[in-house]
Design a protein around this ligand. Structure first.
Ligand SMILES: [Fe+2]
Length: 160
């Protein structure tokens, strides 16, 4: 199951190269800007610097989200800050600690790679990952990443 999860999401990431294009129903084209999405009530500051949010005891499948931060003129943005947070496999956020929370910076080609466990859905929301993105010296974009096909497709593939 792990390899299937990884392969499927890597394909998805390759088809949607602009972070956070998961929030769109199709890949963005050059010049289109990623839309802002609500921060929600569970954002915390001072997250750990780490690209893996994997919890060793989690039964949720592993997930790799990889992509690239691009400027409006489609140039890679190095050293962009990406601060991720999401619910656990029970749909709960860790508000006292930093489970499923962490930040990282894009590399020289504007690329990032997050490894984590698939978050659960929680009532009233499609499965999602929150992220704040900030290019050096620019404003923060707060948005969310969604899963292609949502719950139905994940279930069909046996991932939930
Ligand atoms: Fe959320």
């Amino acid at each position: 199951m792990g390899s299937l999860t990884r392969r499927r999401l890597l394909v998805a990431a390759a088809a949607l190269p602009v972070l956070p294009a998961f929030a769109q129903s199709r890949p963005l084209t050059c010049g289109e800007l990623t839309g802002a999405q609500t921060e929600g009530p569970f954002f915390k500051t001072r997250t750990p610097l780490r690209a893996s949010l994997v919890e060793p005891g989690s039964k949720a499948p592993r997930l790799v989200v990889a992509g690239q931060v691009l400027s409006a003129s489609c140039k890679p943005v190095p050293n962009a800050l990406l601060d991720f947070w999401h619910a656990d496999e029970d749909g709960e956020y860790d508000n006292s600690g930093f489970r499923y929370r962490g930040h990282q910076f894009t590399d020289a080609q504007g690329r990032y790679r997050l490894v984590t466990n698939v978050p659960a859905e929680y009532p009233g929301r499609a499965r999602h990952i929150h992220v704040k993105v900030q290019a050096p010296g620019k404003r923060v974009l707060t948005t969310q990443l969604y899963f292609p096909g949502g719950r139905v497709r994940l279930r069909r593939r046996g991932l939930t």
